[in-house]
Design a protein around this ligand. Structure first.
Ligand code: ZN
Length: 412
């Protein structure tokens, strides 16, 4: 067998294993657009967790025997991709079989990375910076919530705002990344979810983007969601992987997306960093002020302080990881985790409760957003894609989106 045939064979077996694990874990298979009979096979002939463990281990051994050190980089990355994704799959099977992992152990096993730990004082310092921006009596989180309330998108404007944001993100992306001619998406507004937005990639460069309307949606979320779920985030990441790897090379392992796997750190990290790539410097502020503020009938004079608030609260995102770590490791009850989120992540009590349900469902997945963003940013910048070199930044970003690179491959 040639190396490429060997890799294709283990890749196919990997996909079948992912689909089989999906029969034990409803959230596991986030996307699959490979052969339909494989999905039907997984459903009609379910495999036990023990048999999946055995199959996973023998596939690991088989991958280990494939020698790629003399191959071109993309083949080496492919080999590493299947190998690391498979390690994470086995870890997931062990968890489904009852193995208990701490937050940090799980992050390492599923996402190929070690999340940093921040002490409470770190967030207290950041809150002090915010105090001066939103002065007054009462708790800071209540003041921030009141400040933000002016920027809630009225439900009857939601679609107009979101459409404008996604149009802008798409226009900005296509200036720098040649978009596949058939790429397209639909937006749906849904309720009763633990997340605020979701991209369901269906193959053929088509995404279903869902926006959760359980809680009021602030204006800032329009650009966040449009860029993160759509352009140049998940929709483009998945479309480029499909075009460059699945269709052009026949690498079937990219037609399946296992949610609890290292790929998620790259997916969420690029989706979050993509917001900054699409709107460098003050361009986001200008777009929100000039285009989105008029749609919701808000005074454009409020745009600058609002943007300043976003910049400061963004630094608090790691407070969410700390809440998740303590809650999932048993140091916090749900209410204590929610209270921490209100205090240090400045969420409303309702949003904090919603977030604890996200912790229940997705656990250490939370690290993929902020740590993923930081790792992707550092990787792109180390390759010359800094904020003052926007074309280079787009180029490096697009290259990452079309490659099998995993967290170990972007760590500096
Ligand atoms: Zn995402």
């Amino acid at each position: 067998m040639t190396r490429s045939t060997e890799l294709n064979r283990v890749a196919e077996e990997y996909v079948r294993l992912v689909l089989a694990v999906g029969q034990h874990d409803a959230d596991y298979v986030d996307a699959f657009y490979g052969p339909e009979e494989w999905a039907a096979g997984a459903k009609n002939s379910p495999r036990t967790l023990d048999s999946l463990k055995d199959a996973g281990r023998s596939l690991q051994a088989e991958i280990g025997r494939i020698e790629v050190s003399a191959d071109e980089e993309i083949v080496r990355l492919r080999h590493q991709y299947v190998s690391k994704q498979l390690d994470a799959l086995l870890a997931r099977v062990n968890v489904l079989s009852g193995t208990k992992l701490s937050f940090d152990e799980e992050a390492k096993a599923f996402y190929d990375t070690v999340p940093p730990i921040f002490p409470e004082e770190h967030f207290q310092k950041l809150l002090k910076e915010l105090e001066s921006l939103v002065p007054g009596p009462g708790s800071l989180s209540v003041r921030v919530e009141e400040f933000r309330r002016r920027f809630v998108i009225p439900p009857d404007r939601l679609d107009a705002v979101f459409t404008a944001a996604i149009d802008e993100c798409r226009a900005r992306t296509r200036k720098h990344i040649p978009l596949p001619p058939n790429e397209t998406f639909n937006v749906e507004y849904v309720k009763n979810k633990s997340w605020s937005g979701y991209n369901w990639f269906k193959g053929n460069c088509y995404s279903l983007i869902q926006v959760n309307t359980d809680l009021p949606i602030f204006l800032e979320r329009a650009v966040d969601l449009a860029a993160h779920e759509g352009y140049p985030g998940h929709h483009i990441y998945n479309s480029l992987l499909e075009t460059a790897l699945v269709r052009a090379r026949g690498w079937v392992e990219f037609s399946v997306y296992a949610l609890f796997s290292p790929q998620s750190l790259i997916a969420e990290g690029t989706a979050n960093f993509g917001i900054e790539v699409a709107f460098p410097g003050t361009e986001r502020l200008a777009f929100e002020r000039d285009v989105l503020f008029p749609i919701i009938g808000c005074d454009p004079a409020g745009a600058a302080p609002y943007a300043q608030l976003q910049a400061l609260t963004a630094k608090l995102s790691y407070a969410g990881n700390e809440a998740a770590r303590r809650y999932l490791d048993g140091a916090f009850t749900r209410d204590q985790a929610a209270e921490w989120l209100v205090t240090y992540a400045l969420m409303s009590p309702e949003r904090a409760q919603q977030r604890t349900r996200f912790f229940d469902q997705y656990r250490s997945y939370v690290i993929n957003y902020n740590l993923g963003q930081d790792l992707v940013k550092a990787y792109i910048e180390a390759r010359g894609g800094t904020a003052d070199a926007p074309d280079r930044r787009w180029k490096e970003f697009a290259a990452l989106l079309s490659s099998p690179r995993l967290p170990s491959g972007i760590r500096l």
